[in-house]
Write a protein that binds this ligand. Structure first.
Ligand SMILES: [Zn+2]
Length: 158
């Protein structure tokens, strides 16, 4: 099984909380047990297709992938789930440990017509086209966002 870099970062307390999609609750529970993290779920599902744009925020559904929140802090998973349910991107981004510059960027540009605000070119550490190799788990505010590069360097250790 592939290593889950994002959950390893949470486990190492480099990242307070993670939001991930799984085909079923059992998949997520298995990951939570493997990395010894608290887990909760969003009360909705999302349709998710590897070939489509990455962001799934805003596509709520009764079926599809479950939205799972993981943390070493039991309180934080519930706060993150609530922030997403309330569509509070800023608060959710903070709980997920995203840099404030990138939270502001996402809050400014994300909408139903722009659900995948990627940059055409980025610093090599910020590449988010290969999900197994990616070292950041948010949309960087710029192709060379220094805060994102800092996070990517820490994630590279995993
Ligand atoms: Zn940034």
């Amino acid at each position: 099984m592939l290593k889950n870099k994002e959950l390893q970062c949470v486990r190492a307390r480099l990242k307070p909380c993670a939001r991930q999609l799984y085909p079923s609750r059992l998949h997520a529970i298995t990951q939570a047990n493997k990395y010894n993290l608290y887990l909760t779920f969003a009360p909705f599902c999302v349709h998710f297709n590897q070939d489509e744009p990455w962001s799934t925020k805003g596509y709520r559904s009764d079926s599809g992938h479950v939205v799972a929140y993981f943390s070493f802090d039991e309180n934080l998973i519930n706060l993150a789930a609530k922030a997403e349910l309330d569509n509070n991107h800023g608060l959710l981004g903070t709980y997920l440990g995203y840099p404030s510059c990138c939270i502001n960027y996402f809050s400014r540009v994300f909408n139903e017509h722009n659900t995948d605000p990627v940059h055409k070119f980025t610093h090599y550490l910020l590449s988010y086209y290969d999900r197994e190799e990616q070292n950041i788990f948010h949309y960087p505010c710029s192709p060379y966002c220094p805060e994102s590069i800092k996070i990517a360097r820490l994630t590279l250790n995993f």
